[in-house]
Design a protein around this ligand. Structure first.
Ligand code: SAM
Length: 274
């Protein structure tokens, strides 16, 4: 009898690299921010098993690095980048080499406004967390250009970082500027500022510390105001129902400029942790 050999296919998938296209289900259908975030080596921002997928505030996208950004990852990441794996909490004092108060910026984009703030306020430590790889590379180059040493950079999902990596009360301030608005109703669940995030912020920010958000998307601003005012751990520094005038200390961000070109009104919200 003729026997036909059965050829076994290897079960091991090809390793994912920075330049591998994500499978179709991970490709964004619509990104209202116009932002190209990327899929990378960092396991904490890799797509997870679809059976256990959580709703994320970002969609992983390919992002090409410029030669300058490639160099930044090779030369500057070892000094200013933070390699972190959940669930170990960060030792912020050791990270900065001092006990200055720490401001965390979530989703810094290209990082130019964050680097400016860090340069303007050296008496404070600054930690930026972003998932978009070219943005991280851009910020590393800004740190080099400005010659500052009070800023560290993380390539991470901020939700994961706040859930596992930040000890209770370890932060003096958290800032969230122009988060993706996810304007379609079916995408509202992707908005990063929701009651779950507010609970994480209440845990991470010390009593007397502050949370500062800004957005140019009116319905999101209204949702932020309502959700933050409903949280018992925060008090609106502008008084109930009010937005805060734009603080001088906040430089214009890239997405803010884009919003202004589109005629959007910008709202700032500053809440004190009580
Ligand atoms: C609309 S952009 C705003 C960027 C910047 N703040 C600005 O104003 O120019 C929102 C940014 O948040 C980042 N982002 C979204 N969800 C995030 C998350 N869970 N952790 C870290 N970064 C996130 C995106 O990659 C994107 O760069």
């Amino acid at each position: 009898m003729l026997r036909i050999p059965i050829v076994q296919r290897s079960a091991a998938p090809a390793p994912r690299t920075a330049r591998t296209q994500p499978p179709p289900r991970d490709r964004p259908r619509h990104d209202p921010s116009g932002h190209q975030s990327s899929s990378v080596e960092n396991p904490s921002v890799q797509p997870t098993d679809p059976r256990h997928r959580q709703v994320r505030s970002f969609v992983l996208r390919e992002g090409r690095l410029t030669p300058g950004q490639e160099r930044a990852f090779a030369e500057l990441w070892p000094r200013f980048g933070v390699d972190w794996q959940a669930p170990a909490p960060l030792d912020l004092g050791a990270l900065f080499g001092n006990d200055q108060p720490v401001t965390l910026e979530i989703g810094f984009g290209n990082g130019e406004s964050l680097a400016r703030m860090a340069a303007d306020d050296p008496g404070r430590n600054w930690l930026g967390v972003e998932v978009h790889r070219p943005g991280v590379g851009h910020l590393l180059l800004e740190i080099e250009r400005l010659g500052i040493d009070n800023l560290r950079v993380m390539r991470q999902d901020a939700v994961e970082l706040l859930t596992h990596g930040i000890a209770p009360g370890a932060l003096d301030r958290v800032q969230l500027f122009f988060p993706d608005p996810w304007p379609k109703k079916r995408h509202h669940k992707r908005r990063i500022l929701n009651p779950g995030m507010i609970a994480l912020l209440e845990r991470a920010i010390r009593p007397g510390g502050h949370f500062h958000a800004a957005t140019d998307w009116e319905p999101y601003a209204e949702q932020m105001l309502e959700t933050l005012e409903a949280a018992t751990g925060f008090a609106n520094t502008a008084g109930a129902g009010h937005y805060t005038p734009r603080p001088e200390s906040r430089p214009l961000t890239k997405f803010e400029q884009r919003g202004e070109r589109l005629g959007h009104v910008v709202h700032d919200l500053v809440f004190r942790r009580c």
